[in-house]
Design a protein around this ligand. Structure first.
Ligand code: SAM
Ligand code: TMP
Ligand code: ZN
Length: 409
């Protein structure tokens, strides 16, 4: 019987619903010559709070192990995501940032993919980013960036130096932060009276509906829903006033929080809350069924890869994503089944994947010669990658996908 843990939002009891077993850090790509005995592993398991419904990991990894100077995820690697964030920046300029000398703070600005457009528009801004190499790229793009973990103390410093923020923004970052109490206390302090805290993260509803279990890894500590975010906001004097479903990264929600009572919640909030009740989102039977679905995908994917190997077919991975750590380590996929993974990130190339040690090669290796099949670990970028690699399909190559089910296209 797995033991319970304590909810990082409300202190309630978190009951485990799925155990992914021993897992490495999802973004710890190793130098091939490094000592495998030094690799860090932890037990990855998910649970749901019996009180506030927040779905979260049962144990946390110390933040410095994940986010450091060699953090290898560069947001601007996707043209599609560059457009996504440019559009958001334009929208913020037209809506939240129309006052006199507005100020924007981004938590986890990475290489500046979003702030770049605001900096170019002359908006006063600050990116807070603890991972040194990606922060340096943002700074080189003319973005004002502080190399630090955002938390309550950082928020107070920023307030003292620059005044209140009209917008505090975070994309694919808030869900990475178990010490959420410190973050929301900081947001409450730093946010201007009429300001908005806008954040977007993978949506629990989508993860459950599509069995996208690879969204679960060390960095994704929380899997948010409208219901759990609404309850979380209320504990810190904030209020959920808008939600927007986003197609990016396999299905996300953009949440808008304001000081409690400052704005009227939109109909979209009521609708998403009602949809979550209808689908019994955080109910034990739904979470149990998710676990059954994960094991089915695991069995089907490993069987398919073994069959293809027995037939003498070559299968190459595409996208050395953080998500792929969960897939390869849960399913036992190593270089015997997938000899290498192609990825466009220089910081990952020439290294081996966490846990299963699959070599990562540049995309040029893909066509040298094309494999029979490619296992698309970066399925959230399918459209962009398939368009780029059209010649692979034209050569007779086929993609293997595993979310929401194992299939060949
Ligand atoms: N916002 C970018 C995007 O959506 O592509 C980056 C997302 S990346 C997955 C998460 C980022 O959050 C990393 O660059 C990491 O260094 C940063 N991060 C982690 N904890 C943080 C904290 N407490 N404060 C600020 N940034 C943090
Ligand atoms: P993500 O799913 O966490 O955004 O990671 C995507 C990974 O896939 C990242 O390592 C970069 C890589 N990638 C490519 O290799 N080629 C591409 O065209 C895109 C969009 C991403
Ligand atoms: Zn809770």
């Amino acid at each position: 019987m797995p033991s319970d843990s304590q909810c990082r939002v409300c202190g309630g009891t978190v009951r485990e619903f799925f155990d992914f077993g021993r897992q490495p850090l999802s973004d710890a790509f190793l130098a091939p010559e490094s000592d495998p005995g030094q690799e860090f592993f932890y037990r990855l398991a998910t649970g749901a709070c019996q009180d506030c419904t927040m779905v979260q990991l049962m144990a946390e990894v110390p933040r410095e192990r994940m986010f450091h100077d060699a953090y290898p995820y560069y947001s601007s690697g996707s043209a599609y995501m560059r457009t996504h964030f440019e559009e958001l920046a334009k929208r913020l300029l037209a809506t939240e940032l129309t006052g006199d000398d507005p100020f924007v703070v981004e938590i986890g600005c990475n290489d500046g993919i979003m702030l770049r457009a605001l900096a170019e528009a002359g908006v006063r801004h600050l990116g807070v980013e603890p991972s040194g190499a990606v922060a340096d790229v943002a700074a080189a793009r003319g973005i004002r960036v502080r190399k630090a973990f955002f938390e309550d103390s950082t928020a107070r410093q920023i307030l003292a130096e620059s005044g209140p923020a009209d917008v505090i923004y975070a994309a694919n970052t808030l869900c990475h932060i178990p010490y959420i109490a410190s973050i929301l206390t900081g947001v409450k302090t730093l946010l201007a009276p009429s300001g908005a805290f806008v954040f977007e993260d993978p949506y629990l509803g989508e993860i459950i509906e599509r069995t996208s279990f690879d969204q679960i890894y060390d960095e994704h500590f929380f899997l948010f829903s409208a219901r759990s975010v609404q309850a979380m906001a209320a504990r810190y004097g904030l209020e959920l006033v808008d939600v927007e479903r986003l197609p990016v990264h396999g299905g996300e929600v953009r949440y808008t929080l304001v000081h409690a009572g400052a704005r009227t919640p939109s109909g979209a909030v009521r609708k998403l809350l009602a949809d979550e009740l209808t689908m019994k989102l955080a109910e034990p039977e739904t979470l149990h069924a998710f676990g059954t679905g994960v094991l089915k995908i695991k069995d089907e994917l490993t069987s398919l890869l073994r069959e293809l190997r027995a037939e003498g077919k070559r299968v190459v991975g595409y996208g050395a994503t953080a998500k792929s750590a969960t897939v390869t380590n849960l399913c036992g996929i190593g270089p015997d089944l997938v000899p290498f993974i192609c990825d466009s990130t220089p910081a990952k190339q020439g290294r081996v994947s966490p846990g299963r040690h699959i070599p990562v090669r540049p995309p040029e290796a893909f066509a040298d010669p094309y494999p029979d099949y490619s296992l698309l670990f970066a399925w959230n970028h399918a459209e962009e990658i398939m368009a780029k690699e059209q010649a692979f399909q034209e050569s007779g190559g086929k993609w293997i996908l595993y979310v929401p089910e194992v299939r060949i296209v």
